[in-house]
Write a protein that binds this ligand. Sequence first.
Ligand SMILES: Cc1cc2nc3c(=O)[nH]c(=O)nc-3n(C[C@H](O)[C@H](O)[C@H](O)COP(=O)(O)OP(=O)(O)OC[C@H]3O[C@@H](n4cnc5c(N)ncnc54)[C@H](O)[C@@H]3O)c2cc1C
Ligand SMILES: *[C@@H]1O[C@H](CO)[C@@H](O)[C@H](O)[C@H]1NC(C)=O
Ligand SMILES: *[C@@H]1O[C@H](CO)[C@@H](O)[C@H](O)[C@H]1NC(C)=O
Ligand SMILES: *[C@@H]1O[C@H](CO)[C@@H](O)[C@H](O)[C@H]1NC(C)=O
Ligand SMILES: *[C@@H]1O[C@H](CO)[C@@H](O)[C@H](O)[C@H]1NC(C)=O
Ligand SMILES: *[C@@H]1O[C@H](CO)[C@@H](O)[C@H](O)[C@H]1NC(C)=O
Ligand SMILES: *[C@@H]1O[C@H](CO)[C@@H](O)[C@H](O)[C@H]1NC(C)=O
Ligand SMILES: *[C@@H]1O[C@H](CO)[C@@H](O)[C@H](O)[C@H]1NC(C)=O
Ligand SMILES: *[C@@H]1O[C@H](CO)[C@@H](O)[C@H](O)[C@H]1NC(C)=O
Length: 593
Amino acid sequence: MVKMVQPSFVFSVLSIVGCAVAASWIGETKEVDGVAYQCKCYQDNACWPKGTDWTALNKTVGGALEIALPPAAACHNRVGNLSTNVYNQQECAEVQSKWTDEQWLTDHPVANLWPLYTNNTCLPSNDPNTPCTRGFYGSYVILATTKAHIKAGVDFAREHNLRLLIRNTGHDFMGRSAGYGSLIINTHSFKEATFAKKYDGPGKWTGSAATVGAGVQGRELYRQAFAQDPKVVIVGGECPTVGWAGGYIQGGGHGPLTSVYGMGADNVLSFDVVTATGEYVTANADENADLFWALKGGGPSTFAVVTSITVKTFPEVPTAGTILNINTTHTNDTAVFDEGFRIFHNLSNHYTDNGMFVYFELNLGRLHVAPLVGPRMDEAKLKQVLKPLFDQLDAAKIPYDAYTRAFPTFFEFYMDMFEDEMPQQNSIVGGRMFSQKDIAENGDQVAKALLFASQPTNDTFGFSVGHIVNPGHGVPVVDNAIHPKWRNSSSFVITNLIMNGDESWEMKELRADQQTNIVGKALREAGPDGASYVNEGDLNEPNWQESYWGSNYPKLLQLRKKWDPEGVFYAQTTPGTEDWSVIDYGTKLCRKV
Ligand SMILES: Cc1cc2nc3c(=O)[nH]c(=O)nc-3n(C[C@H](O)[C@H](O)[C@H](O)COP(=O)(O)OP(=O)(O)OC[C@H]3O[C@@H](n4cnc5c(N)ncnc54)[C@H](O)[C@@H]3O)c2cc1C
Ligand SMILES: *[C@@H]1O[C@H](CO)[C@@H](O)[C@H](O)[C@H]1NC(C)=O
Ligand SMILES: *[C@@H]1O[C@H](CO)[C@@H](O)[C@H](O)[C@H]1NC(C)=O
Ligand SMILES: *[C@@H]1O[C@H](CO)[C@@H](O)[C@H](O)[C@H]1NC(C)=O
Ligand SMILES: *[C@@H]1O[C@H](CO)[C@@H](O)[C@H](O)[C@H]1NC(C)=O
Ligand SMILES: *[C@@H]1O[C@H](CO)[C@@H](O)[C@H](O)[C@H]1NC(C)=O
Ligand SMILES: *[C@@H]1O[C@H](CO)[C@@H](O)[C@H](O)[C@H]1NC(C)=O
Ligand SMILES: *[C@@H]1O[C@H](CO)[C@@H](O)[C@H](O)[C@H]1NC(C)=O
Ligand SMILES: *[C@@H]1O[C@H](CO)[C@@H](O)[C@H](O)[C@H]1NC(C)=O
């Protein structure tokens, strides 16, 4: 949830000076609970750009500027107070059939996969008279196809004091690719990826590498790596459509190969970016080394707009996987189910010590482990590594189903054994990374906290997504911005409180509070040595600076001030955003003055 600050007394003053001076357009001043804020410029302010300004921007970007319309706009006669009639029966039918199609959603100019943070104000409907407003979607979007388009967007937002949003795939679980009244730069068209057998740029690496455009998505990148001769792999996430060079790398990026090759951000050799001041900059070991460090895990939409990344590639590896289910097919006895989960999860250190990655889903009475990943393993080896798991389950008489398969390559394994997720679900997200120490000393309490998260209160249900992973064991040590605790991680779990999406503002606040202070509290108490992950965490995480970045935070704060002194970029709980809040019921981005 966007930070929920209630407006108690609101007044607005339009600065005469601000609107007259093009270089410093000053938004309205507001007071909330005795705190004074200065806001970005919005449509109801005199400092909002004139029609001629937008026309000029559109010309600069070669006609690539569009009015931002919600993905279901075609099913409605009107979108808010926009004068154009957008209803189109044929397009509406397509919207309805593609509504949960991830690729269709990521291809859309502004759609978000998880609609809670769009405010769910424009949904598909058979009745074109049902209301549709833009909710927390932006105002205009640049469908950028060149770096110059990105620069034009950054410059325009900075000069006109607009909220700027960088939108790659719309995957962000916590609404960081939506923003009321914003100018959006869409980077989805930056699809180029080139591969080199030998890297000869800055840094010590002399192996193979790839240069990957900002818009390239997970599976298409894996597919291209697999098409090389010899075949190579790149550390990426497990989801087919997550953007690789956008939020994923800038948050750190874990994935199925992380326990053998490190985090996504560990493998970056160089970034090409557009800075907050509109400069084209390269950041690597030799040039702008401070920015290079910060972009490797220091937070999405924080230091620059990334246009491409050069990254290490590695030889393909044979991979085996096991799928394990315990659910109501096997038992309805809560005590039996819980013991099964405890046994499975308590072995997290054992899996990571063996270079494994494990993806699991946990909700009431259902454990779906899909899969336990054994890179560099064949079927016999994986079965040997997993023997303690099945021995303990059998000894405790826990019923389950499991099977193991092996593949000559990681890519073939990945295509076969990973499942796609279903977008358009509403939930409030939280989570925690439990360290090796937490699991060794407190494994049963960690499991208990995770089981608790499946039904934390008598009227809420949870759904958790776990990633057992350790980029600190048997992988090269890399100095970058990710929380140093990652180097001792064992199990990183996302917790979701399930929502409908149409709850009242008060109910959303209550659920956000429950996520932070009931579920989150249980997780923090069970894992005192752990940390949190900015890409998949709680927007209201207490002490988020420490929790997301630990001892790296002071340096990140300093670098944010250096590279984005005016606050051109914004994503909640990223370095240097302490003074910024989204006020007025999730709409206006304002800075404390
Ligand atoms: C189904 C699913 C599976 C996931 N699996 C994994 C996983 O296996 N491992 C993992 O680590 N994470 C995973 N994530 C989390 C994922 O890393 C984040 O959601 C990430 O932010 C997505 O980045 P994006 O660019 O695709 O998304 P977007 O929603 O488009 O952007 C996310 C954030 O990054 C910023 N951003 C995007 N592009 C740029 C750019 N070029 N320059 C600067 N800022 C930019 C945006 O402004 C926004 O703040 C998963 C998420 C989902 C929804
Ligand atoms: C639409 O609403 C915005 C703000 O709510 C206002 O500034 C704008 O003038 C309105 N546009 C039309 C066409 O009524
Ligand atoms: C930008 O220009 C293109 C091409 O001329 C046009 O189709 C589009 O409608 C314009 N966008 C806006 C927001 O006016
Ligand atoms: C968000 O949704 C709430 C509840 O439906 C509504 O009252 C509010 O006006 C919406 N805000 C925006 C900007 O759409
Ligand atoms: C658990 O309960 C469900 C619903 O009553 C039932 O269909 C299922 O067979 C039960 N499972 C077992 C193992 O008894
Ligand atoms: C979990 O591990 C701890 C320490 O290794 C051990 O004491 C405990 O019995 C284990 N619990 C289960 C359910 O295996
Ligand atoms: C329960 O496990 C069985 C395998 O035994 C699987 O086929 C089924 O899909 C699982 N059910 C759920 C709801 O995950
Ligand atoms: C949930 O518990 C609270 C107190 O803990 C109680 O007031 C409320 O009635 C309960 N609600 C339901 C649906 O059981
Ligand atoms: C990881 O744990 C080991 C052993 O417990 C410890 O020596 C090391 O300092 C830890 N590393 C980090 C980064 O916390």
